[in-house]
Write a protein that binds this ligand. Structure first.
Ligand SMILES: [Ca+2]
Ligand SMILES: [Ca+2]
Ligand SMILES: [Ca+2]
Length: 310
């Protein structure tokens, strides 16, 4: 009897334990279900739940916009003719174009015109393949409503085409704009009156033997003066598509003669001048891109003597 009574007690004890486990599991499962129900949880601002409402035809469908490449921002600062700052502090370098550097003709004109066009206005941005330049600036096409401002600056003769890497999205549009600007002699394309018809490029070696960075004196341009008068080219400048600029020292290019400008270091003579690009810095001194570039030669007023693309 005693054994039976003890057995009964154990049975009741086990039944209570199992019951408690079942009730505990039920409560635990209920909590999990409640927490996973989106309707019963408060909205998470960092991880909003998807909008399950049917599409409202009156509201724009945001999926048609590219959130990274196509936002609208206010222009808060004009840095120069091809660089601006936006209201989100992002620095934008216009893609596909280059404006003149400080001190060069048309630098101020481009900067002022850009301010007139877009300062304190909302602009739309478009990317190309390469989205950031080596200085960390965002590379963008800038649109004011439907006007491509990059193209407009080229069209008005305030910028030249400058393609870097794979960014060639609006290249044919830019080329058309540049042809128009050149014909209309917009700012950058105003022609020099001094020796313009005398100076030419007799020879260009853009690809030096071996590595151009270590052999820059084999990268050179031979200029010719085909007139019977001498040309004073003192303070004239030569520039590539990028921002490499060389200012000629006091120099007379004699009538019917040649002069060579080498990219490396050396001592100037009456026939050979040395660009000495980047001086003693570790940067590559080569100027003339092996895969194509443009030579702009300007007189000391900044007017164009010759332009040679290859
Ligand atoms: Ca080479
Ligand atoms: Ca080269
Ligand atoms: Ca170059």
């Amino acid at each position: 009897m005693k054994e039976d009574s003890s057995f009964e007690k154990n049975k009741i004890f086990f039944a209570i334990i199992i019951g408690a486990i079942i009730i505990g599991l039920f409560i635990f499962t209920s909590i999990i279900i409640i927490n996973n129900n989106p309707d019963s949880s408060p909205p998470d601002p960092l991880n909003p739940s998807p909008n399950l409402e049917p599409n409202n035809p009156d509201q724009p469908d945001e999926s048609q916009y590219e959130p990274i490449s196509n936002p609208t921002y206010t222009v808060t600062k004009i840095v120069d003719g091809d660089t601006i700052t936006l209201s989100n502090n992002e620095k934008i370098r216009f893609i596909g174009i280059n404006t003149e550097e400080k001190g060069q003709k048309c630098y101020q004109e481009a900067t002022d015109r850009l301010a007139e066009l877009i300062l304190n206005k909302k602009v739309r941005l478009e990317t190309d393949i390469d989205k950031v330049d080596k200085y960390g600036r965002s590379l963008r096409f800038v649109f004011l409503e439907n006007e491509n401002i990059n193209t407009l600056l080229v069209k008005e003769g305030l910028a030249t085409i400058y393609t870097v890497g794979s960014n060639k999205k609006y290249l044919s549009e830019l080329e058309k704009a540049q042809r128009e600007a050149r014909e209309g002699q917009g700012c950058i394309w105003q022609k020099s009156s001094s020796c313009k018809d005398c100076i030419g490029i007799a020879y260009l070696n853009s690809n030096a033997e071996g590595n151009d960075c270590t052999n820059p004196n084999d990268e050179y341009i031979k200029f010719s003066n085909s007139c019977n008068v001498e040309c004073d080219i003192t303070s004239w400048t030569i520039k590539d598509e990028a921002t490499h600029i060389y200012t000629f020292p006091e120099f007379i290019l004699q009538s019917n003669s040649l002069m060579t400008l080498k990219s490396g270091k050396g001592t100037d003579t009456t026939e050979v001048l040395f660009w000495d690009n980047h001086g003693n810095s570790a940067q590559c001194p080569a100027i003339w891109n092996n895969d194509g570039d443009t030579i702009y030669l300007r007189d000391k007023q900044g007017s164009l003597v010759l332009e040679y693309g290859y």
